[in-house]
Design a protein around this ligand. Structure first.
Ligand code: C2E
Ligand code: MG
Ligand code: MG
Ligand code: MG
Length: 289
């Protein structure tokens, strides 16, 4: 069927329905049935305010644990899912899981914000906006707790329809982040035209910025541009202290990366938060050299 590993395990189990290819909105029964198709779940990666060390939110990242292949690369999963109606089902599942998780954290006294990623076709109809509005109301979660991360590639497919969906979400209070900034097309057009709250610097630039002066220059200009436009800027792929300090010197608002924490299941995140001690970049010397 074109699924990664379809020959030895089939599609990931999307919900409690008999046929994983056609679950409806309400056929999830809570607990995941164990099937030989493996398990779909969300991992969460902390996002940290660079200046204070405070955890400002998490990014929800899809994981598929295949019974024989182990964790499947999400980019591979998304690429294949996007070729069929499966992407729509995956996104519905992600929205459901993340909003429900926000409600659970809220009940546990954790005022976290969560960002979730959406794909090209998800924004071509208003369905996702309807679903998000419905779930937020049903779980009593404030829209400001939720953010959508969209990629520039997604915007290219049908800018007008995408803009309509994004504008609706923005109006109800859901934040919109432009993900992987600098890797797509017409970035500057998007910055001007979309109701964005945040720009995410792609990890391909961040990973190289301590070694490569071009990468560092791109990261710094992106931060400057975002701030000049009044947008929050978040760097992904911060793996070491030096990168973190350079980002601080460059005025980046927040960061995520292995330096702080890897993406992890929701239960682990609670334990991580309990032992987390904020790190703040100290010292008056120039880090941006
Ligand atoms: P993304 O949205 O740009 O997510 C950031 C990626 O950077 C994640 O990869 C994360 O694990 C990785 N990352 C974070 N910190 C570090 C670091 O310090 N070093 C390195 N090397 N990598 C780091 P992941 O989880 O493999 O996801 C890859 C991509 O798959 C995401 O990129 C996103 O485009 C897509 N994706 C993931 N989950 C979903 C989802 O639920 N829906 C959709 N549509 N796409 C998703
Ligand atoms: Mg993202
Ligand atoms: Mg990204
Ligand atoms: Mg990416």
């Amino acid at each position: 069927t074109g699924w990664p590993g379809a020959h030895d395990g089939g599609q990931p189990q999307l919900g409690g329905g008999a046929d994983p290819a056609v679950p409806t909105a309400d056929d999830r029964s809570g607990a995941e049935p164990a099937t030989d198709a493996g398990e779909i779940m969300m991992y969460y990666q902390p996002q940290v305010a660079i200046a204070t060390g405070e955890v400002v939110g998490v990014e929800a990242l899809l994981r598929w644990r295949h019974p024989r292949r182990g964790m499947v690369d999400p980019e591979e999963l998304i690429r294949v899912a996007e070729q069929s109606a499966v992407m729509r089902l995956l996104t519905r599942r992600v929205v459901d899981d993340v909003v429900e998780q926000l409600a659970k954290w809220s009940a546990a006294g954790l005022g976290l914000r969560a960002a979730l990623n959406v794909s090209v076709r998800d924004l071509h109809t208003g369905e996702i906006a309807d679903q998000i509005a419905d779930r937020l109301a049903r779980y009593g979660v404030a829209p400001e707790r939720l953010q959508l991360e969209i990629t520039e590639g997604a915007l290219m497919a049908d800018p007008r329809r995408v803009l309509t969906t994004i504008t609706r979400l923005h109006r109800i209070g859901v934040g919109i982040a432009l993900d992987d900034f600098g890797t797509g097309y017409s970035s500057l057009q998007h910055l001007r035209r979309l109701p964005l709250s945040e720009v995410k610097v792609d990890r391909s630039f961040v990973l190289g910025m301590t070694e490569d002066t071009d990468d560092a220059a791109i990261v710094r200009s992106t931060i400057e541009l975002a701030k000049a436009l009044g947008l929050r800027v978040v760097a992904e792929g911060v793996e070491d202290e030096r990168t973190w300090r350079m980002l601080h010197a460059a005025g980046c608002d927040a960061a995520q990366g292995w330096f702080y924490a890897r993406p992890m299941p929701a239960e682990e995140l609670v334990a991580w938060l309990a032992r987390y001690r904020p790190l703040r970049p100290l010292g008056g010397h120039d880090e941006a050299e």
